[in-house]
Write a protein that binds this ligand. Structure first.
Ligand code: SAH
Length: 480
């Protein structure tokens, strides 16, 4: 392959989108390559014509599905007459060359599969959200890379993007008539594509979306803010959900905890206001009342607010209080779930949180409660064979350990402690319930930690974990 790249930042190709609706597009060849092209072309409303003397089974299937015409003849130049595009996909160089030359003689852009040197144009990896299309090319350098990028764009673009585009199209004329100046038109479309109109389309409520769009056009939309409580997950950016990404990109204001990494916060729109409300050692942090007031104030001013919280917002996230205040103020709100720390920590150490015959309950517990009292009701559950995930447990680890042993849980019960679960600086410690009392003596542990206690923990992949007990020699966690 001879990629047509040049060494500077300029492309050797110019991306365009060829009109093919109702026009002949000729595919010459009978094998798998031809079938693949037919499948790709069937994403369009082109009139597909396959020229193949002996079409193979894959091609026959693809052609039937695409409603393509099959010409069972050996290729002749006249087959390409009047075509918009020509594809040579015979798998044989001489035949492909003849097809491309026939196309060129008619002035038709031609392409030969896997033969860049014969191509007038390349076919991009396609993301189809008709009428919206994204095509990616690596100009022949790395088709696998292009497909990889395509997969990411597929994930980013909701299925309903096309629906939203069609709805926009149906409003275009009215918008130009009603909103005379460019600035208000731009403002209208910005809101159209990011606010309740888009929300409703994504949830399949096209009529509601249309009504919202009409309201927006009548100027009734302003003043109605919204708050999303969004789970940012344990820290790794790729553990953010697609929905979290979408609402982040649509937010006017992002209110986040210190525990949410910068990389996640920065996924918001560049011009969104970002407000850190702290909650990390020593640093100034806003009180919960101040945060509640901030959310109400921003939403009341008509802004779309994302309240970004570590893990899942509904797990030790004080979401209940924020939602209650918002509801009382009559502000629309919603929750986007996130990967909670217990689940991320278990994944890191491959610990089954439930395990047949070993643990059939899972407890999310906190070491800190409002009145600073630790481990209240969940001791019983721990004794009954649950896996217990302890949040905010570092400074009370010794008390957790002593009280569980005091209540009758075996001192040798397996324990894992995961610091910075899912992040680049993640550390896993393993040991026994008795050894958990040493956690605080590990002075270098200063990230968030999640403690997992229970017999199921012993079934994790903890060979490489650091020992919980103070390090004397190279004693491995509890392989012994
Ligand atoms: N809503 C969050 C929990 C907030 S409470 C969630 O669902 O995960 C804060 C506690 O969460 C921390 O003290 C720690 O116990 C835990 N935590 C959050 N992120 C963590 C991470 N990446 N690794 C380990 N523990 C984490």
């Amino acid at each position: 392959m001879t990629p047509d790249t040049v060494s500077d930042n300029r492309l050797s190709v110019f991306p365009t989108f060829q009109k093919v609706a109702g026009r002949r597009v000729v595919v010459a060849g009978g094998g798998e390559e031809a079938a693949a092209k037919v499948r790709l072309l069937s994403e369009t409303s082109a009139k597909i014509v396959v020229v193949a003397e002996t079409p193979g089974p894959a091609l026959l299937r693809a052609a039937e599905k695409a409603g393509a015409e099959i010409v069972r003849e050996s290729f002749r130049a006249e087959h390409v007459k009047g075509a918009a595009l020509v594809f040579a996909a015979s798998g044989e160089e001489a035949r492909d060359r003849a097809v491309v030359e026939a196309g060129r003689a008619e002035g038709i852009p031609s392409n030969a599969v896997d033969r860049p040197e014969l191509c007038d144009f390349y076919v991009g990896a396609l993301v189809n959200r008709a009428p919206v299309a994204v095509a990616i090319t690596s100009t022949g350098v790395g088709p696998v890379l292009a497909r990889h990028i395509r997969a990411r764009i597929e994930a980013m673009l909701p299925r309903e993007t096309g629906e939203l585009a069609r709805l926009a199209e149906s409003f275009r004329e009215t918008v130009s008539r009603v909103l005379k100046d460019g600035i208000s038109r731009r403002r209208f479309w910005a809101k159209f594509f990011s606010g309740p109109v888009s929300d409703n389309v994504q949830s399949g409520r096209i009529d509601a979306a249309r009504a919202e769009a009409q309201r927006l056009l009548n100027g009734e939309q302003d003043g109605r803010g919204f708050v999303w409580l969004v789970g940012a997950g344990p820290g790794a950016e790729d553990l953010l959900t697609l929905r979290a990404q979408r609402v982040l990109q649509e937010a006017d204001v992002i209110v986040h905890d210190a525990l949410v990494p910068e990389a996640v916060v920065s996924m918001g729109r560049r011009d969104a206001a970002r407000i850190s409300v702290g909650k990390r050692k020593g640093a100034h942090s806003a009180s919960q009342d101040e945060i509640n007031a901030l959310l109400v104030r921003e939403a009341s001013a008509g802004r779309r607010v994302v309240r970004l919280k570590a893990g899942d917002p509904l797990v030790f996230g004080r979401a209940g209080e924020e939602l209650a205040v918002l509801r009382k103020a009559g502000i629309g709100c919603g929750v986007v779930p996130g990967v909670t720390a217990a689940v991320a920590a278990a994944a890191s150490a491959q610990i089954p949180l439930t395990l047949r015959g070993v643990a059939s309950q899972l407890v999310f517990a906190t070491g800190h409660d409002r009145d600073e009292e630790t481990l209240p009701a969940w001791i019983d559950l721990a004794l009954k064979g649950s896996t217990v995930a302890v949040y905010m447990g570092r400074s009370v680890a010794a008390r957790v350990s002593a009280r569980l042993i005091g209540a009758g849980l075996a001192a040798g019960t397996p324990v894992a402690v995961v610091e910075n679960a899912s992040r680049a600086d993640e550390t896993v410690f393993a040991g026994t319930l008795d050894e958990l009392r040493h956690l605080e003596s590990h002075k270098d542990v200063d990230g968030p930690v999640l403690i997992l206690i229970g017999d199921a923990v012993g079934h994790g992949a903890l060979q490489g974990a650091l020992p919980l007990a103070p390090c004397t020699s190279s004693n491995s966690a509890y392989a012994a």
